[in-house]
Design a protein around this ligand. Structure first.
Ligand SMILES: [Zn+2]
Length: 488
């Protein structure tokens, strides 16, 4: 009996191994190998200088109302006019809500659907106390050590100037697009984009503009950030996660701290937070994350390929591994992040109410309602009031098509300009102006052609923000190539 059982077992094992191997060997690269990039000539010194000068104009978005610095935005508009005369002669410029810009480059073929290229012009403020830690002043506009330094070089003036340089360069060569190209630059992306990008979307909708695709910032070329792969990976965001902050209020007896009740408001609240942290929403390997690992897994070592080619058997183990790394965890689930805590204002006073705020970033497929229901069920405590907070509640965006004509146009331009970079679809974990464009087309992609290493991530909204001059030149080339490719 045992013998028969062992025979059957080894038979089954052999079949599983054979299936796994067959799947692994047919799990081959999805990378395309297009013809080389066109030979665009770019004056790198001049381009770097132009971006550095753009950094010198502090177009800061302040979260607090009343700190309007509109004059800087107008100065920035003027600067763009002077720097890109051909563009301003050939494209129609509209100023939306005083400071945002919408350029229209009319195409020769009216039958073709237009495309939209986006990059916001506003930047986040620089914390007063961090100013001395900048190697070069945040608004000095320095070009040194092979980099352009300053606030906005990565987020997002580099992209904006890159797009404008590309258009100016193409115009100089006598290029005229077949399809109309819109360039959208919002002035309030860092505080929600409600006056800039959203107003432009409303306007384009009223004009019945239905873009083929939209390209905005959101994801980048990662260099040594993706685990399990040594090549650089260009991630095209197919969607962005949603946003929900929830206020938790725990109520208990207040009074003097010399006579505490068995359970205090702070204690109740802290247990609730721990429960939420220990019971996150479930991880899922579907949607953009599934596409991403499908593309990247094919470029990995043999052992990793066995894993990614055989999700039918490995999905559970893989998910448990991906959850351990915060960058991959954020791509496979709605994340839970307690961000604010408040009790009493004195060390010897018990608060009546303790307050916490927990921020959730919502995965496509989950919704704010699903998250709220999850919180209620997880806490299951009547002493805690659960309140969605503020006006930033937002479900995840729709998911753009992958392996479509539009995806291919972007993928091709990346592979042409950055031939050694692996290209893969992905999910943007932060919000951008791009989400407003879901009202016009499902094909909204998020990709900025910037190559970032792990320590560069802290420069975004942080100290010593900088962009390599070499990278900036490739960025301009990318936009030139993309515009040329999209005309085919
Ligand atoms: Zn940005």
């Amino acid at each position: 009996m045992l013998k028969v059982f062992l025979k059957v077992l080894s038979g089954v094992l052999i079949i599983i191994i054979v299936v796994m191997l067959v799947k692994t060997f047919s799990f081959t690269s999805r990378q395309i190998n297009p013809e080389p990039a066109s030979d665009f000539k770019i004056d790198s010194e001049k381009a770097a200088r132009n971006l550095a000068d753009a950094v010198r104009i502090p177009t800061i978005s302040f979260a607090k109302k009343g700190r309007n610095n509109g004059d800087e935005f107008l100065r920035f508009h003027k600067y763009l006019e002077q720097t890109y005369p051909r563009l301003h002669k050939n494209l129609k410029k509209e100023i939306i809500n005083k400071y945002s810009l919408l350029y229209t480059w009319r195409g020769s073929d009216k039958a073709k659907k237009p495309i939209v290229l986006m990059a916001h012009m506003d930047v986040v403020p620089v914390e007063e106390k961090s100013k001395d830690q900048w190697k070069y002043g945040p608004f000095a506009g320095s070009v040194a050590e092979g980099y352009i330094w300053g606030r906005g070089t990565l987020d997002n003036k580099g992209n904006l100037m890159g797009i404008l340089e590309a258009v100016e360069g193409l115009l100089k060569k006598g290029f005229r697009p077949q399809q109309t190209i819109y360039i959208v630059s919002g002035h309030d992306e860092e505080i929600g984009g409600m006056h800039g990008a959203l107003t432009i979307v409303t306007l384009l909708k009223a004009r019945a503009v239905r873009p083929d695709f939209v390209l905005d910032e959101g994801m980048v070329i990662t260099d040594g950030i993706m685990p399990g792969i040594s090549s650089r990976v260009g991630l095209i965001g197919l969607a962005e996660k949603g946003y929900l902050s929830v206020e938790l209020l725990a109520v208990s007896e207040g009074g003097h701290s010399s006579l505490p009740p068995r359970e205090t408001a702070v204690g109740i609240l802290c247990r609730a937070i721990t429960r939420l942290e220990n019971n996150p929403l479930p991880a899922r390997l579907d949607g953009p994350a599934k596409f991403m690992f499908d593309y990247i897994g094919r470029e990995m070592s043999f052992v990793n390929r066995v894993v990614f080619a055989n999700l039918w058997i490995t999905e559970g183990i893989l998910k448990s591994q991906l959850q351990k790394i915060k960058t991959t965890n954020a791509i496979i689930r709605t994340t839970t992040a307690p961000t604010m805590l408040e009790g009493s204002s004195r060390d010897n006073v018990l608060p009546n109410v303790a307050r916490a705020v927990v921020n959730f970033r919502i995965l496509p497929g989950d919704t704010p309602q699903i998250v709220l229901e999850h919180i209620k069920q997880t806490l299951d405590d009547r002493r805690i009031e659960i309140k969605p907070l503020g006006n930033k509640i937002q479900g995840a965006s729709p998911v753009a098509a992958v392996e479509s004509k539009n995806y291919r146009v972007i993928e091709k331009a990346i592979r042409q300009v950055f031939p050694n970079v692996i290209v893969a679809p992905s999910l943007a974990i932060v919000a951008s102006d791009a989400r407003h464009f879901a009202a016009l087309t499902p094909d909204v992609y998020r990709f900025a052609p910037m190559s970032l290493k792990f320590d560069d991530l802290a420069r975004l909204h942080g100290i010593n923000e900088r962009l390599a001059v070499d990278n900036y030149v490739l960025m301009i080339k990318f936009y030139m190539q993309l515009i040329s490719n999209s005309q085919q």
